[in-house]
Design a protein around this ligand. Structure first.
Ligand code: PLP
Length: 490
């Protein structure tokens, strides 16, 4: 029997198994019986759990109730925009005409879906201030890969082979990974004391051999939650050397309806629809990372690109010098529908309201927490605030301990130890969808933990104490990992 009070999280269906128990009743055989294959072809070592149907239902239902999600609590995971996913988006995505459309059915029977994609391409171009968009990439990192391959194809078409991509030291790990995967040498550009890009270092990198730089990949706002005030100057510096400015727009929450990256000088820019445009994305999916470009890069967009013919029909087209196909079919359609519904249900004013509330909420946390935790860059932030637990660490309480203790208070921890440039970093993104009461409750918990770190540090170091499972023994997990269930595991 499954007892929720037990250490149930560590239990597997195998532990509940009883020989001979089955969960289903098969109907009488109504086809001729066929002989089994010969014995040497049959496996008898296939150990599967033997359970009643009720055992299975209870096991998985109880396991699902251990999930933490945006629907059950505050989830300030920085850089991830864990915001409310309005149910109207789900209704739209489940409409049979959209949910059941098959990617291989003839285009003349899927004109509605293609019209939606065409419209979304235009909306995203308008929101970003870019000239054209492809919806093909299935994630942020996939959009980055598309963008860097576009940059590469563009330079190749101009006869120049450029082998370096510059990446600020505060960048999301996917940026250098993308550039390396596309075959470029990655060169890190440091940040200065204000958290901005060090322009002297950028100038030096360009002066050293600007002709070999394909692009700078810049996140805006940066992963420090800061707006880069000299962005236009940065764009000009790159363009003077024939290099492109790539924008990582995974987090558009602070800019929506206010700032168009195209106006700032970006040549290519990706969006994370599953973050900014609201699709549930816990556990690694699903996602969509549309890539937006200026006109000079449009011929290189990945396929498919939805175009409207003179006849008024929509068609899946391949741009003239396309980098090609990035995956099967036409992108992550369900995510595209959700983004479309989200944009239309909010309208232009609603989108502007998002950035206003997202930035206000993050600054509210900054002001309430700045005396208890170190604020590495003393300036107002954008959609997220990065604090440091270095003061607490000096007293023997690490940021990891603080994060674990937040679980005891019922909150999902923020992103920790990222960006790498901030010691004991805590990257907190409240998003626009939270009330002041929720933000206050979170701040109260953070302040209480700061006090505990002073007075009862062991309490914080032992956290979580109220979760179904205690802290993982990371050393044992790394040295003696148990990766699969074995009969009679001691
Ligand atoms: C989330 C994120 C990415 C990667 O997006 P995925 O959809 O997870 O691939 C890239 N850059 C930044 C700044 C991000 O926050």
């Amino acid at each position: 029997m499954l007892n929720p009070e037990d250490d149930f999280g560590a239990m597997l269906t195998f532990d509940l198994s009883r020989p001979g128990r089955i969960g289903t009743t098969l109907p009488p055989l109504d086809v001729p019986e066929a002989p089994l294959p010969s014995n040497e072809l049959l496996r008898d070592d296939l150990t599967l759990p033997e359970l009643s149907q009720m055992d299975v239902v209870r096991y998985f239902t109880q396991l699902s109730q251990r999930n933490f999600s945006i629907d059950t609590g505050f989830y300030p995971l920085g850089s991830c925009s864990m915001k409310y996913n309005p149910r109207v988006n789900e209704v739209a995505a489940r409409l049979p005409g959209l949910a059941d459309v098959h990617p291989m059915q003839p285009q003349e029977t899927s004109q509605g879906a293609l019209a939606l994609m065409h419209s979304l391409q235009g909306l995203l171009a308008e929101i970003t201030g870019m000239d054209d968009v492809s919806l093909a990439p299935d994630a942020g990192a996939h959009g980055e890969l598309a963008g860097i391959l576009i940059a590469s194809a563009y330079h190749n078409s101009n006869g120049g082979s450029r082998r370096r991509v510059l990446v600020p030291d505060s960048a999301h790990g996917t940026n250098p990974a993308t550039a390396a995967m596309a075959g470029f040498e990655v060169e890190s550009i440091p940040s200065n004391a204000d958290g901005n890009l060090d322009l002297d270092a950028l100038t030096a990198a360009l002066d050293a051999n600007g002709g070999s730089v394909a692009a700078l990949m810049l996140t805006l706002p940066s992963t420090l939650g800061l707006f880069e005030p000299r962005i236009e100057q940065i764009a000009e510096l790159l363009h003077n050397h024939g290099a492109l400015l790539y924008g990582d727009g995974a987090n558009m929450n602070a800019l929506l309806g206010r700032v168009k990256p195209g106006d700032l000088g970006f040549d290519v820019f990706h969006l994370n629809l599953h973050k900014t445009f609201s699709t549930p994305h816990g556990g690694g999916g699903p996602g969509a990372g549309p890539i937006a470009v200026k006109a000079h890069l449009a011929p290189f967009l990945p396929t498919p690109h939805v175009e409207k013919e003179d006849s008024g029909c929509y068609t899946l087209a391949t741009p003239e010098r396309s980098i090609g196909r990035l995956g099967l079919f036409h992108g992550n359609f369900g995510v595209l529908v959700r983004a479309y519904a989200y944009i239309f249900s909010l309208g232009a004013d609603g989108l502007r309201g998002i950035s206003e509330a997202a930035v206000l909420n993050a600054n509210y946390l900054l002001v309430r927490l700045r005396d208890a935790y170190r604020l590495p860059y003393d300036r107002s932030c954008m959609h997220e605030v990065v604090l440091s637990g270095s003061r607490q660490k000096a007293k023997g309480v690490k940021t990891l301990d603080i994060a674990k203790r937040l679980i005891d208070y019922g909150f999902h921890p923020p992103t920790i130890y990222f960006p790498l440039t901030v010691d004991e970093a805590m990257m907190i993104e409240p998003t626009e969808s939270e009330t002041k009461e929720t933000l206050d409750a979170f701040c109260d918990a953070m302040l209480a933990i700061a006090k505990e770190a002073e007075e009862t540090p062991d309490l914080v170091r032992e956290a979580p104490t109220r979760a179904p499972l205690r802290r993982l023994d990371e050393a044992t997990a790394a040295r003696k990992p148990v990766l699969r269930w074995k009969l009679g595991l001691e």
